[in-house]
Design a binder for this molecule. Structure first.
Ligand code: HEM
Length: 509
């Protein structure tokens, strides 16, 4: 099978891929939908964006598992949470956790999303108040803070004080600091690369590589705080048992719901989680739910700063509601907001690809035959046991043969008249692969959607956004599987962030 040359036996195409997330799109143009490239130490990864093949991979979770290296990477950082487990253990954890993410539970969290969104709006209002021409803000840094505040409160009833001033924040948030050192320091990309290599070859974990110390500190803090949240929560559930109604029983965050059902006498033993696994869900929610959601909100403002027409149309719709505190139904009843959010999720998926490994020999059906290097045409793809597959989420979301010739453009109106072909995409939401599908589909997608809408609602009603730097300098930056906006510096280095000019929106003008 065709594919790019491998520049090094040890690293294969790994470094190039981390440095440039658009590389697989270039290779697709060059080699077609099916090609291979090399990973660390010569391992071959098979890339297919053929929609029939992708559908089989996504929906056959028992054959196509998460790769051992991805599971190792997650387990090292987060413990034995939902992102780190496969097979029966995954099924068990997922069955226990699903009810906490049901539509009714998520609806009850809208108040938290709206409250935090209004807090962010007020902080910005203060910052821009004396500047009629606006001020340049790193909006993605702020969205990271607000999504941190949300996941803390709605995920595990923890107050990060994420929207507080710098001094207060540092002191009161060891968990935030631990996570930031790992994910947002200038070295975080380098650290993540070393962690990836160690996840592929666990024997290398004995080596003190860059980031080892930061990692073990972060892990220790995350474990200590998560353990503390679980033991306090458990004690409160037990105490609440003897009373009619206590504040705990009205807590609706994900972990409190899990604790309540875990300790309930009606729950069979097989539906319970150990305290250790329960504690591992806390950094798991933080890791899976914060950076992803904040990246989507940032990209939405980025594209809207470049397309004032879309921005104005959205603001007009949002201002048609006469409230600062929208309900779930009100947020979900705004059609253009829905179109804008879907379009950002389509074009800027924060997890643009994922990987799977075949646990047995398999045959992938194809929508289109492929030709090998000898010119022979094949109707399907033979996949040997152990083969690693690259599942290109963004490529499927932007395939012109599925979405039409304008597939790479941001056009929210496309959601009013969708092509028939998108029904072949096996995504859990809106025929997008953004939240994946099958057994590992994103458990938090309803949580994310409402949170994104609530934050956009608050800030787009109150402010106007224009570019602060040329759009070419804003690129997606990879940190493990998550891609977030970053600014390219003079020396070509990338720093995560998204500067925009933010100006108060004046209704009357
Ligand atoms: C726009 C925001 C989000 C996006 C695009 C996103 C995307 C994804 C994707 C692609 C996966 C599958 C990864 C794989 O199996 O390789 C996933 C899984 C997961 N997501 Fe999300 N996610 C988002 C927000 C959230 C939020 C807010 C939470 C929690 C509150 C969350 C929790 C999880 C968890 C726990 C899993 C593992 C599910 C499993 O394996 O059963 N995500 N997400």
């Amino acid at each position: 099978m065709a594919g790019p040359p491998s520049p090094s036996f040890i690293f294969g195409n790994f470094h190039a891929l981390v440095a440039d997330s658009s590389l697989t799109s270039q290779w697709r143009r060059q080699f077609g939908r099916n090609f291979r490239f090399r990973l660390l130490f010569g391992r071959v990864e098979l890339h297919t964006s053929d929609i029939k093949a992708v559908a089989r991979i996504v929906t056959n979770g028992s054959i196509y598992n998460k790769t051992p290296s991805n599971l190792n990477f997650a387990r090292d950082l987060l413990g034995n949470g939902l992102l780190s487990v496969e097979g029966e253990e995954h099924k068990r954890q997922r069955r226990i956790m699903n009810p906490a993410f049901a539509p009714m539970q998520i609806r009850a969290l809208t108040e938290v999303y709206v409250e935090k969104a209004i807090h962010l709006r007020d902080v910005w209002a203060h910052q821009v108040a004396d500047n009629p021409d606006g001020v340049v803000l790193d909006v993605s840094g702020w969205f990271r803070r607000v999504t941190l505040a949300v996941i803390g409160q709605a995920g595990f009833n923890y107050e990060f004080n994420a929207l507080a001033s710098e001094e207060e924040k540092e002191e009161s948030n060891p968990l935030n600091k631990a996570f930031n050192d790992l994910q947002h320091s200038p070295q975080s990309q380098l650290y993540a690369r070393f962690r990836t290599v160690q996840a592929v070859f666990p024997a290398l974990k004995i080596l003190p590589v860059p980031g080892s110390q930061v990692m073990s500190q972060a892990r220790a803090v995350m474990r200590a705080i998560s353990g503390q949240i679980i033991s306090t929560g458990k004690a409160e559930v037990v105490a609440a048992d003897s009373k009619e109604e206590t504040p705990f029983m009205s807590k609706r965050d994900v972990i409190s719901l899990l604790l309540k059902s875990n300790l309930s006498a009606d729950v069979p033993e097989t539906h319970r989680m150990s305290d250790r696994d329960m504690a591992a869900q806390i950094p798991t929610l933080l890791f899976a739910g914060q950076e992803t959601t904040s990246a989507v909100i940032s990209w939405t403002l980025h594209v809207m700063s470049l397309q004032p027409r879309v921005q104005t149309k959205l603001r007009d719709e949002l201002l048609s509601l006469d409230t600062d505190n929208p309900t779930t139904e009100e947020l979900n009843g705004l059609p253009y907001l829905e179109c804008v959010v879907r379009e950002t999720l389509r074009l800027y998926p924060p997890v643009p690809y994922t990987q799977r490994v075949a646990t047995q020999d398999d045959v992938l059906p194809l929508a289109e035959p492929w030709m090998d290097l000898r010119g022979e045409v094949h109707e399907n793809l033979l996949v040997p046991k152990g083969q690693i597959l690259h599942v290109p989420i963004r490529a499927v979301n932007t395939d012109p043969e599925i979405w039409g010739p304008d597939a790479l453009e941001f056009v929210p109106e496309r959601w009013d008249a969708l092509p028939e072909a998108i029904s072949a995409i096996p995504g859990v939401y809106a025929h997008l692969l953004t939240f994946f599908g099958g057994t590992h589909n994103c458990i938090g997608y309803r949580f994310a959607l409402l949170e994104i809408k609530a934050i956009l609602y608050a800030v787009v009603r109150a402010f106007e956004f224009t570019p602060a730097i040329p759009k070419e300098r804003i690129v997606p930056q990879a940190l493990g599987l998550i891609h977030r906006p970053a600014v390219v510096g003079e020396d070509k280095s990338q720093i995560s962030g998204l500067p925009l000019v933010v100006r108060a929106y004046n209704h009357e003008a």
